[in-house]
Unconditional design. Sequence first.
Length: 317
Amino acid sequence: MLKEAEDLLNQTEELAKTGTWILNLKSNQIYWSAGVYKLIESNPENFELNYNSALSVIHPDDQQKSIELMGKAINEKTDYFNTKRFICSNGKIKHILSSAKVYYDLEGNPEKMVGVFQDISKLTEIQQKEKEETERYELMLDAGTESVWEYNPQTKELFLGKGFNRNFGIQIKDKKENNDLINSLIHPEDQEFYFKSFHNALTLSDQKFWSAEYRIKKTTGDYAYVANRANIIRNDKGEVMRVIGAIKDISSDYYYKKIEGIEKNIIEKSLKKEASKEEILNDFLLQIEDLFPKMKASIVEIKEGKLYHLSGPSLDK
């Protein structure tokens, strides 16, 4: 029966890549199961196990931390958890999760620690790759001119990239607050269109892309014209899981096209014989003022050292 239990332990340790250990806190004697020797890729017959040899298996940079955490668990009567690196007999480095429970005698003195080593090297490798990918992604976001965002319709959480602060001066908040923040910055005249457009895109189960152009308020108080483009990610049932997009400030392009249109209209009007010079200039300035609401414009002419007022429809006469 004892042999069967030992075989079961060995099989379990091999599958889970674990090893059991016991440290006698009164004598410093150590016990390692077969699984520990497999973790360090060493033969028990060629390894003289004692406190110092067991400590030497731990990477030098991790030894002090391991000792301190073990002492803390003993003194504070808490469970022991630690991640560290093992140096195998062949020089290979393995990442290990070590956990243990402290047992005390009838007088309350620490008697022994019983614990488990687990090889988490593959998990650590995956986490490291994910960390590197995240760092590359963040660097890409910082380097770009667009403001990247990600929305979770299930939780209403909205991630805002650093571009929102860089491009619009927006003070980014927690994901749970960002959605209300951005919605409050949309120009009042554009809100109905924006909300309806976005809602319809998410409601249509076959729609995988959404775009809209509207105005968003900057911290300066001015509004920027933006183009918002997003990919809608759905599950097999067509339910929206995430929406990932980017906002680009298109104010320069917007004003350029508007001014180009105004110039075209003025040229066409000037070709009409019935239009007077004053009418043409007034029409031009009114269109410019409509484009820039805070502006009051006028046109003057300097002739023979004298200043002549030609047009200023919104200014006091």
